[in-house]
Design a protein around this ligand. Structure first.
Ligand code: ZN
Length: 165
């Protein structure tokens, strides 16, 4: 009896501790995505192609894909993030598996006229932005775990996380 209840108590503590860190991860994920989106918005005041919400969403999706696919490998994430800008500008020679350019008829449909980006000043700004996130890769990798996100969405619906968002 005693042993059992100790075990249960210990399990409970572990579950609570784990949930706590899961919540933190989820909050970090929202926070990071928001930070990234915010940076793109800020950049849109100078780079007018970013005023297009579809373009911003596309860049953000590339970013989130990389984060999710990197699992917990921060080196992979850092190197993938640095390749996104090339991808956006139509060079897919170094793209990872997140890129769909290998499928026939690939067109970046969400970019203006379905064509890669062309603005050079924007390119420099994007490179700076992704460089910044590549530098934080080791903090970003944990938010990529979909299992954690699924679990947390199920157990803690969004409204409970309001304070974190
Ligand atoms: Zn690509």
């Amino acid at each position: 009896m005693d042993n059992d209840s100790t075990t249960i108590a210990r399990l409970r503590t572990t579950v609570i501790l784990m949930s706590g860190s899961d919540i933190k991860k989820k909050a970090d994920s929202n926070h990071t995505k928001k930070g990234f989106t915010g940076s793109l918005l800020e950049m849109s005041s100078i780079n007018k192609v970013l005023k297009n919400v579809k373009v911003r969403a596309h860049v953000e999706r590339c970013f989130m894909y990389c984060v999710r696919q990197a699992a917990e490998n921060s080196e992979k994430l850092a190197s993938d993030l640095k390749k996104i800008v090339q991808h956006l500008y139509g060079d897919h020679s170094t793209c990872g598996t997140w890129c769909k350019s290998e499928s026939i008829d690939y067109k970046p449909n969400n970019l203006p006229y379905g064509k890669p980006l062309t603005s050079e000043p924007l390119r420099l700004d994007l490179e700076k932005l992704f460089q910044k996130y590549a530098g934080k890769a080791s903090e970003l990798v944990f938010m990529g775990s979909t299992q954690v996100n699924k679990k947390i969405n199920h157990e803690f619906p969004a409204r409970h996380l309001k304070d974190c968002e």
